[in-house]
Design a protein. Structure first.
Length: 114
């Protein structure tokens, strides 16, 4: 399984970005998630969505970020609105199969700065 993330870049405070992550291969994915890691910080969960559509968000992004998934395309999205400088980090997508095996995508840089 390979995860290909895209959509990172530079945004101004208050702006928006949309991240996408496509999983290749014929697999049944249970959970899909986005994590982020800022310089000098530990990797942290940003948002998760399971195969029933149930979502979970970190408190820091609630009300600003929205995670969604397309099970036909095996793709997870992260719509990020009202971005803050504190959202600056490398964002990683993660997929866990129904068999409990997890896969990481390569990170995509998100920078929020004026």
């Amino acid at each position: 399984v390979q995860l290909q993330a895209s959509g990172g870049g530079l945004a101004q405070p208050g702006g928006s970005l949309r991240l996408s992550c496509a999983a290749s291969g014929s697999i049944s994915i249970k959970n899909m998630a986005w994590y982020r890691q800022a310089p000098g910080e530990q990797r942290e969960l940003v948002a998760l969505i399971n195969n029933g559509g149930r979502t979970h968000y970190a408190d820091a992004v609630k009300g600003r970020f929205t995670i969604s998934r397309d099970d036909v395309e095996n793709t997870v999205y992260l719509q990020m609105n009202s971005l803050k400088p504190g959202d600056t980090a490398v964002y990683y997508c993660y997929a866990e199969t129904v068999y409990g095996r997890g896969y990481w995508g390569k990170g995509t840089q998100v920078t929020v700065s004026s």
